[in-house]
Write a protein that binds this ligand. Structure first.
Ligand code: ARG
Length: 458
């Protein structure tokens, strides 16, 4: 098969060389974007009088036939035609004859491929933002039901202070809110048209770049044609934002895995999001959460891979840039899949409130309460800390908790202690009283939930 660029060549590459060179196996995912980019380009060429009305109509008709065939999966892509752009041009010429060859007037594959990826990411980012919203809603739903569910809060994975379980869940809502904002912000740089930059230097044809950008729904155009064809910052930025998002999911996944273990039993994942073991009949494994945690590796990898591809490239286009695609597609699919799984997993998980309340009653996470209580009565906090530390040690030696000490024992440690101490030691009191802004106090948590609702409703 002769190449569309074959004029200056007397020999064609062998098939295995074609295979190494080709990107059609993966860039066929850009088929719709490529066809839409072509429709906009040719429409603009017609409006500018660069193509006749007849030529324009014929090409647009041909492209619409290809669109239908593409939607039905009826385009026989081939590696001999290298990539999505040459494959489609080849099919167009087959469909409408030599006039199809006029489509590429005033355009290069370099601005074409960049346009495709801007269009592709613009769409996927909107879908990803939707999915982030669905995870946030699932969090919000669970949080709404568990404001007064008291859970151990941890630092160093050691019991620290009791918290509202909703407060813990809502921390992830706000992480995802930042992720949403980062994707939103990145739109400014994704939503820019490189079309009309040509191979690198622009074109001698009197094209109208603003018009093709407008037809494609882009908000602005690149100011510099060399930058337009060689910029991949917007993809790197996407990969970085995706990395941050999946890192957040991975932290959450880790907690869900721990929480659903026999040792914790704070939650139970729905059967629909768990799997069994082929040998151990009793097992119920949190595979979905583990997979999200595991997939974080490839998402980070894709970011590093593209940064490395770009770091030594001179201006303008270099074929190295073809390596931008697989990682981008992989990250899009991985992140979308992970967000979808997460929304379902959170929505359906069962929070074991009794087990949580038992947990907070059997630990020393109320020790800070006692120290604060003494400090509020005038004892310098450092001394209060010392007094309570000693009481904790006594308890550990006797295998009991602070609430099990007698008032007499406590008064021996400090005469400032009175009857009221037993209320202070209640885990729910500890939570209720933390009403500093953004704290775990019930009304603070309810506030947070209200704000979050407003965000989701907007
Ligand atoms: N398949 C190529 C890519 O993905 C399209 C651009 C090719 N341009 C070129 N001058 N060879 O980067």
């Amino acid at each position: 098969m002769s190449k569309l660029w074959g004029g200056r060549f007397s020999q064609s590459p062998e098939e295995w060389v074609d295979e190494f060179n080709a990107s059609i196996d993966f860039d066929q995912q850009l088929v719709m974007e490529d066809l839409e980019g072509s429709v906009a380009h040719v429409t603009m060429l017609g409006e500018c009088g660069i193509l006749t009305k007849k030529e324009t109509d014929e090409i647009i008709h041909g492209l619409s036939v290809l669109k239908e065939k593409a939607a039905d999966g009826k385009l026989p892509f081939s590696v001999q035609n290298e990539d999505i752009h040459l494959n489609l041009e080849h099919f167009l010429i087959q469909e409408i004859g030599q006039v199809g060859g006029k489509l590429h007037t005033g355009r290069s594959r370099n601005d074409q491929v960049a346009t495709d990826m801007h269009l592709y990411l613009k769409r996927r980012v909107l879908e990803i933002q939707e999915l982030i919203r669905s995870v946030q809603s699932a969090i919000l739903k669970q949080a709404g039901e568990h404001v007064e569910t008291i859970a151990p809060g941890y630092t160093h994975l050691q019991r620290a202070q009791p918290v509202s379980f909703a407060h813990h869940l809502m921390a992830y809502f706000w992480m995802l809110e930042r992720d949403y904002g980062r994707f939103e912000d990145s739109m400014k740089r994704i939503d820019v048209s490189p079309l009309g930059a040509g191979a690198l230097a622009g074109t001698t044809f009197p094209i109208n770049r603003q018009r093709s950008a407008e037809l494609l729904g882009f908000s602005s155009i690149y100011e510099n044609s060399m930058d337009a064809v060689s910029d991949r910052d917007f993809i790197i930025e996407f990969l970085a934002n995706a990395s941050m998002t999946i890192m957040h999911l991975s932290r959450f996944a880790e907690e869900m895995i721990i929480w659903s273990s026999q040792e914790f039993q704070f939650i139970e994942m729905a059967d629909a999001f768990s799997t069994g073991s082929s040998i151990m009949p009793q097992k119920k494994n949190p595979d979905m959460a583990e997979l999200v945690r595991g997939k974080t590796g490839r998402v980070f990898g894709n970011l590093f891979s593209l940064l490395t591809v770009l770091k030594g490239l001179p201006l303008a286009y270099n074929k190295d840039m073809q390596e931008d695609k697989e990682g981008m597609f992989d990250t899009v699919h991985t992140l979308m899949g992970s967000l979808k799984i997460f929304a379902g997993m959170i929505d359906t998980m069962k929070v074991k409130t009794e087990r949580l309340s038992q947990a907070v009653n059997e630990d020393f996470s109320n020790a800070t309460e006692l120290a604060d209580y003494l400090a509020a009565k005038g004892l310098p906090f450092r001394e209060a800390h010392e007094v309570v530390g000693k009481l904790v040690l006594t308890c550990i030696q006797q295998n009991i908790y602070l609430k099990d000490l007698s008032l007499k024992d406590m008064q021996e440690a400090s005469s400032l202690i009175d009857e009221e101490v037993f209320t202070v030691l209640e885990p729910s009191e500890a939570v209720k009283r933390r009403e500093s802004e953004g704290g775990t106090g019930f009304s603070q948590v309810r506030n947070q939930i209200e704000k979050a609702k407003t965000i989701l409703e907007a």
